[in-house]
Write a protein that binds this ligand. Structure first.
Ligand code: DOR
Ligand code: ZN
Length: 361
């Protein structure tokens, strides 16, 4: 297919996003609101968001920050969708509260210690079995960080081991549980999700579509490519490209944009997380174009995720122009700065200034 000069998509949704809180959140959330109609906001704050009441208060802070930053007359149709952090102590009635609260649409499962702010995560699957049973019964979605945490497991094998172990176990014991395997990075995860029933999906990030683990070590160690699950070898990246561009509605967009202050990434023990919210669609367009599949981007970015969650499709559009530009090498992040995934390079696509962001069907 010849490359078009511009690409118009239904306004997309980001089904996996970290926004943090306070002034840091206020500085990054406009990037997401400029591109996406909705975003599924992760609950790994300090302390974590564990109740519907906390999630709704967090949502209000996000909306208030956007309101303050919005230029005069801007159409702020952006809607945050919230998640709760599943812990060993999540009470059963919190599941019922999620089921009846449209703004809160999922629980997030972090194995304890798997990643940034995951200390309150689940320490043993059996501890959450009653809660998973309630979620299964009430149709509440479980989003999973799919990595085992045992220190003896090689860091590059942690997702594959999670898929064959805990994930297979959850699917066996809760066959009707709606699940999203977040930020998949391996052939094993893509194959497993493909073979699973239709109420199981997966999100894929721009960094896992664009880069293999070589990017972490090009000429030296590159902390801004470090996230969890860590980038994998090239053959896995190829499988993810195949999944994302296959037209299979189980695979949809979730950036996992995860801002950290520059000095905590460029450190002797650098934090995990890639910041991509400033140019997320541009990065996905680049990956889809390289696979000659730009015609599949609208489904992946704007249709499949909403359909999975049973949400109406956004009605507005966004347009990407074929234009070479270089994003800044740092953005404000509260009092600090955040360095983006695109550090030091140009992009081939650029989001056009919004003409009005529309609403929902
Ligand atoms: O790289 C990551 N960063 N992976 C996660 O799962 C969490 C995230 C964060 O919150 O920074
Ligand atoms: Zn994440």
């Amino acid at each position: 297919m010849p490359t078009p000069r511009a690409l118009t998509l239904t306004r997309p949704d980001d089904f996996h996003l970290h926004l943090r809180d306070g002034p840091a959140m206020a500085s990054v959330v406009p990037h997401t609101a400029a591109q996406f109609g909705r975003a599924l906001v992760m609950p790994n704050l300090k302390p974590p968001v564990t109740t519907v009441a906390q999630a709704l208060a967090y949502r209000e802070r996000i909306l208030a920050a956007l309101e303050q930053r919005a230029p005069e007359g801007a159409d702020s149709a952006f809607a945050p969708l919230m998640t709760l952090y599943l812990t060993d102590n999540t009470p059963l009635d919190e599941v019922a509260r999620v089921a009846e609260t449209p703004e809160v649409i999922a629980f997030k499962y972090y194995p304890a210690g798997a990643t940034t702010n995951s200390d309150s995560g689940v320490t043993a699957l059996e501890r959450v079995y009653r809660v998973l049973a309630a979620m299964e019964q009430q149709g509440v979605v479980l989003c999973l960080h799919g990595e085992v945490t045992s220190p003896e497991v090689d860091v590059f094998d942690r997702e594959a081991r999670f898929v064959e172990g805990p994930l297979a176990q959850i699917a066996r014991d809760f066959p009707a549980l709606r699940m999203v395997v977040e930020h998949i990075t391996t052939r094993e995860a893509a194959d497993w999700v493909e073979a699973a029933p239709a109420h199981v999906g997966a999100t894929i990030t721009p960094q896992h579509l664009l880069y293999s683990r070589n990017a972490l070590f090009t000429g030296g160690i590159r902390p801004h490519f470090y996230c969890l699950p860590v980038l994998k070898r090239e053959s896995h990246r190829q499988r993810l490209i195949e999944a994302a561009t296959s037209g299979n509605p189980k695979f949809f967009l979730g950036t996992d944009s995860a801002p950290h202050a520059k000095n905590s990434k460029e450190s002797c023990c650098g934090a995990a997380g890639c910041y991509s919210a400033h140019a997320a669609l541009e990065l996905y367009a680049e990956a889809f174009e390289a696979a000659d599949a730009l015609d599949r981007l609208d489904d992946f970015a704007s249709r499949f995720g909403a359909a999975f969650y049973g949400l109406p499709r956004n009605t507005g559009t966004v347009t990407l122009a074929r234009e070479t530009w270089s994003p800044p090498d740092a953005f404000a992040f509260g009092e600090e700065t955040v360095v983006p995934l695109t550090l030091g390079r140009a992009l081939a696509w650029r989001l056009r200034a919004p003409m009005g962001s529309g609403g929902r069907e």
